[in-house]
Design a protein around this ligand. Structure first.
Ligand code: TEU
Length: 514
């Protein structure tokens, strides 16, 4: 019998560069993660998703992979990765690894061979085109053109940086290689795969121009579903392995196509991540999510932050609380106290909705976006191409002490940590019942209702409330004024202090009803 753990798991994203540094070079590594596994056990998470740790020239922080069957020396060795998987399993924590199928590093042996000769078989693993002019008008995901010219008249396609050439998924060898990579990691105990840019992969082979208002010829092509059907068959050769897609898709129908019973087990809910902090919009987003997932029988996911987006303490402290890069440029006014208050309420929201919840490292510490990284310290390739950096959410974690590097490293952290984080360390927050960390620890420990049925509870305008089973309710006040609570036996947890018997604005509570 399978456990289907992914249906209601709490999954913690480790961004290895910034979690903990074991060897003092200022960059996080596997030794650091192993030494700090206790933090994740104490937090109570069910699984870890590990952002890429493979050998990489780091043109895109490891999302440019040059060998999927090894570990980059900056992070450690394959042996250490295997030891981490074993230790996590002993602590009851599953491991999800990150696979990047749309592109590989320009330093990968395939691409090097492809560049060496026009007749190399590897050429067909990529998108090379001969043309006087740029073959199409496509704009890459980081901005800038999607083609780079080599020699006189030859171009290759890259939807991200030039160091990340796109693979040609029409080619059987590309398909075979990734199936083999999946088996490699499943054989080493990986419990799940996070699939990067999962809706890209295939391109319209006629290479048509992008036309405003029409679907992109490189996004969400039907052929991609055959790949995930074959990956699902591979996952099912093993026990309890999950495939989780990074699918950015405004159209909910197209999104849930990826979650049909013979495809992926789950996918990130970016609709929810980008939703405004507003009672009407939040409620309709939650309902839309529940309906769409019910149609295909897949578990919903609840995601507030990840390594690509502005941290939600910052987003929720802004006038426009939706997510886009354009409305979150560094320096946009922010009220961090308000953002923190809302982030606390949001934690109780995501951890009590049906489905699985994702925590991006540092979110449990209430970290905000570091908007004060000097341009010469920025490493994110998006910055040069689009004028926005994602590095502000990738800053090394504060563990202990009163000043940077806060126990993260014995050396100098690869990105600067704010001086204001001295009360955001794990050490400072541990044992403080008012801290974000203790709120997360308590909430995760209280999720005994996680397999109970969900039902909305009507508490009037501006209030979102629901029950799980007969004994539990979550009430979130998104209106301007304090509101009364429904009848209850105990208050299990509150995101901020109550106002007498009333629930203040931007506050959530968990109630024991009977
Ligand atoms: O992100 C895919 C992706 O499409 C996002 O970068 C998206 O374009 C943007 O964040 C929101 O508009 C994944 C990884 O998560 C990211 O870190 C990588 O840079 C990217 O793929 C390339 O591998």
């Amino acid at each position: 019998m399978t456990m289907q753990w992914w249906r209601d798991a709490v999954i913690y994203q480790v961004y290895p560069r910034s979690f903990a540094d074991g060897d003092g070079d200022g960059v996080g590594d596997i030794a650091g993660i192993r030494a700090r596994l206790g933090h994740l056990r104490d937090l109570g998470v069910d699984a870890i998703w590990m952002s890429p740790w493979y050998p990489s020239p780091m043109a895109d922080a490891g999302y440019d992979v040059s060998d999927f069957r090894d570990i980059d020396p900056v992070f450690g060795t394959l042996g250490e990765a295997e030891a981490l998987i074993a230790e996590a399993h002993e602590a009851g924590i599953r491991i999800i690894i990150d696979i990047v199928p749309n592109h590989i590093s320009s330093e990968h042996p395939w691409f090097k061979a492809a560049l060496e000769s026009e007749t190399a078989p590897e050429r067909d693993y990529f998108w090379f085109r001969k043309s006087q002019n740029m073959p199409t008008n496509w704009i890459g995901e980081f901005g800038g053109t999607a083609w780079t010219k080599i020699g006189e008249d030859t171009w290759y396609l890259h939807l991200f940086t030039p160091e990340q050439p796109d693979l040609n998924w029409e080619h059987p060898e590309v398909q075979r290689e990734f199936e083999s990579i999946l088996r490699f990691w499943f054989d080493r105990g990986a419990d799940g795969i996070r699939i990067d840019s999962a809706a890209l992969l295939f391109k319209d082979t006629a290479l048509p121009e992008v036309v405003d208002g029409e679907p992109h010829p490189f996004h969400d092509l039907d052929a991609v579903h055959d790949v995930y059907r074959s990956w699902r068959r591979i996952a099912e050769e093993y026990e309890d392995r999950a495939l989780i897609g990074e699918v950015w898709m405004p159209d909910v129908e197209r999104f849930t196509n990826y979650l049909r019973p013979d495809e992926l087990h789950a996918a990130f809910n970016f609709d929810f991540l980008g939703c405004a902090w507003d009672p009407y919009l939040m409620r309709s987003c939650i309902q839309r999510t529940l309906d769409a997932h019910a149609r295909v029988g897949a578990p919903p996911t609840w995601v507030l932050s990840n390594h690509d987006v502005t941290r939600h303490v910052t987003r929720y402290g802004r006038t426009d609380t939706t997510f886009s890069f354009e409305n979150n440029l560094d320096g946009t006014p922010v009220d961090l106290e308000l953002g923190t208050r809302r982030a606390r309420a949001a934690a109780l929201l995501t951890l009590s909705l049906p489905g699985s919840a994702y925590i991006y490292q540092g979110e449990e510490l209430g970290l905000w976006e570091n908007e004060n990284i000097e341009p010469n310290q920025i490493q994110d390739p998006m910055y040069a191409r689009r004028g926005h950096t994602r590095d502000g959410c990738r800053v090394p974690l504060p563990w202990s002490g009163d000043e940077p590097p806060y126990g993260f490293t014995a050396g100098t952290p690869w990105l600067p940590q704010p001086a204001e984080w001295k009360d955001r360390t794990v050490q400072a927050q541990t044992g403080d019942p008012t801290s974000m960390l203790e709120l997360y620890r308590s909430a995760i420990g209280l999720r005994v209702f996680k397999d109970q049925a969900f039902a909305w509870l009507d508490r009037g305008e501006g209030v979102l409330a629901w029950t799980r089973g007969t004994d539990f309710a979550c009430v979130l006040n998104l209106s301007e004024a304090p509101v009364p609570l429904p009848e209850h036996r105990d208050i299990l947890l509150a995101s901020s202090p109550l106002d007498g018997d009333l629930l203040p604005s931007d506050t959530a509570v968990w109630l024991r009803l009977r």
